[in-house]
Design a binder for this molecule. Structure first.
Ligand SMILES: [Zn+2]
Length: 249
């Protein structure tokens, strides 16, 4: 009995400590590392979960047609992606991820791990359902996929001059996908896909599709592909399937 009380007290203390830490974190300047904090410098040849976390955030910078694997191994694609990220954000491009690179990532990362210009509420379940359930994979996998897709979309947005991009569709449950006439194998049911438009026609759907080729997207469908005259679809499937004939793709 006594041990149970002590356990409960200890749990309460931990909970309070946790709440305190969160409130401190929120009060300080843009401490976006509430999501994830790197504790070592990473470079070619290193591996681990921290490399994967880095890869997720720089995968949109590996180069034209490079659909980078998130494998926790810091190889040539990761070096290229880190260099691309560094030069895009005005850092010295040495391909090594250290404090300056992390601090830039923290500055464009929200506490919920979404990138600065895309929010979970924009990409969660369509058809007014919200959430991440009812797709082709578990809700956890859907969320992980959406996170990866959002970070590539953030790179795409930066490539397009940091003009706002609107999300017209993100994750869709199987029932939602059917009701909106999505393809039976739609990537939207995996959380890997995002449909985008500019705001007031800028950037154009073709500009989005063209730049997406350099932002790590395996799937790109835009104007000229059936059903894609009012948005450009991008997804992070493995491999490369691009079609937007009116945009020269
Ligand atoms: Zn789509």
């Amino acid at each position: 009995m006594l041990s149970k009380i002590y356990a409960a007290l200890a749990a309460s203390a931990l909970l309070l400590a946790g709440l305190f830490a969160v409130s401190i974190g929120t009060a300080s300047t843009a401490s976006a590392d509430e999501c994830y904090t790197w504790t070592r410098t990473l470079s070619s040849g290193t591996s681990g979960a921290d490399v994967s976390q880095l890869q997720i955030r720089v995968a949109g910078w590996a180069g034209y047609g490079v659909n980078m694997g998130i494998d926790g191994s810091y190889g040539p694609q990761t070096v290229a992606a880190v260099k691309g990220f560094q030069s895009a954000y005005g850092l010295s491009a040495d391909g090594v991820a250290g404090p300056a690179t992390y601090s830039k990532i923290y500055s464009i990362q929200d506490p919920d791990c979404s990138p600065a210009h895309f929010a979970w509420s924009e990409v969660d379940g369509g058809c007014g359902q919200g959430g991440y359930s009812g797709g082709k994979v578990s809700a956890t996998t859907v969320k992980e996929n959406l996170k990866r897709a959002m970070w590539r979309a953030e790179a795409l947005r930066h490539r397009l001059g940091d003009k706002p991009l609107a999300v017209t569709s993100g994750f869709r449950s199987i029932s939602c996908n059917s009701s909106v006439g999505g393809a039976s194998s739609s990537q939207h049911m995996y959380g890997t896909a995002i449909d985008l438009t500019g705001v007031g026609g800028t950037p154009s759907l073709c500009s989005i599709a063209q730049q997406a080729r350099s932002a790590g997207f395996g799937g790109i469908f835009g104007p000229g592909y059936p059903g894609h005259s009012d948005h450009t679809h991008v997804d992070i499937r493995a491999g490369q399937v691009w079609s937007a004939s009116q945009c020269g793709i």
